[in-house]
Design a protein around this ligand. Structure first.
Ligand SMILES: Nc1ncnc2c1ncn2[C@@H]1O[C@H](COP(=O)(O)OP(=O)(O)OP(=O)(O)O)[C@@H](O)[C@H]1O
Ligand SMILES: [Mg+2]
Length: 247
């Protein structure tokens, strides 16, 4: 397994948010986490990224325990967090600049601008881009981090339904190119079905993985997605706590 989360406990206040939270993600796997608002999805990503420390339990990448901030994860938070006073190229090279590798980061970024649908916008300001383009720029910045696991927190949550669909198509087409392990937090059941190899449903107090669903279809189209009514139904029930048995 690429990533294992074993028996994690965590609390913000008196009441535990997690008590014995465990799951694993295989190398190159795309896993989505669904769950009701406030159940702890973003907190899981913050624990992995080392922004928050667990009370107990162990997290491992490639079998090695991870503690605190670490270079295994590239984290894309829900808000795109682009610096408005920097160009798109400067924004996406942030990681390289912080690590003294700006020249190499610029070269790699310029190669990737067309693939991210941003060709011609290298010297534009974030304020000049549409919401979808800003998200792709934030995604490019995340992809340029030398990390083997991407943590994506509702990356398309702020977009209108059409732009969101376009971004989902784009991400589906990028999956092979990225070739990395991805953990995506989303509220969008169809987005999870469309993009994931496996879907985890987080819920309860304290929260645990209360459902696990594999999606094996290789040829995913919008028509295929529209036909996934039964899986959509089961995921909906699981999020609401009505279906306890994973498939
Ligand atoms: N810094 C904090 N201090 C205290 N409580 C917090 C803090 N951050 C989050 N919480 C609480 O912890 C719980 C889990 O928060 P978290 O943001 O992980 O949920 P979430 O599943 O990502 O929710 P959403 O789907 O709305 O983004 C919520 O009840 C939230 O109010
Ligand atoms: Mg959240």
């Amino acid at each position: 397994m690429k990533l294992t989360v074993d028996d994690i406990a965590f609390r913000y206040d008196d009441e535990p948010l997690f008590q014995g939270l465990s799951f694993a993600v295989a190398d190159g796997e795309f896993v989505s986490i669904l769950g009701p608002s406030g159940c702890g999805k973003s907190t899981v990503l913050n624990l992995l990224a080392g922004i928050l420390p667990p009370e107990c339990g162990e997290m491992r990448v490639d079998g090695q325990p991870i503690r605190g901030m670490n270079s295994h994860f590239a984290y894309m938070p829900q808000n795109d967090l682009l610096f408005p006073w920097q160009t798109i190229l400067q924004n996406v090279c942030l990681h390289g600049r912080l690590h003294g590798r700006e020249k190499a980061a610029r070269e790699r970024a310029l190669e990737l601008f067309p693939l991210f649908g941003l060709a011609g916008y290298e010297n534009a300001w974030p304020g000049d881009l549409s919401g979808g383009m800003r998200q792709r720029a934030a995604f490019l910045r995340t992809a340029l981090c030398d990390a083997d696991i991407l943590l994506l927190d509702e990356p398309f949550g702020a977009l209108d339904v059409i732009s969101r669909g376009d971004m989902q198509d784009w991400l589906a087409s990028m999956k092979r190119h990225l070739g990395r392990t991805c953990l995506l937090v989303t509220h969008d059941i169809d987005e999870a079905i469309f993009l994931s190899d496996r879907i985890l449903v987080l819920g309860g107090k304290p929260a645990v993985i209360r459902g696990e669903y594999r999606v094996t279809e290789a040829n995913r189209t919008r028509d295929w997605l529209y036909g996934q009514a039964e899986l959509r139904h089961r995921l909906h029930d699981s999020i609401r706590g009505l279906e306890a048995t994973p498939c």
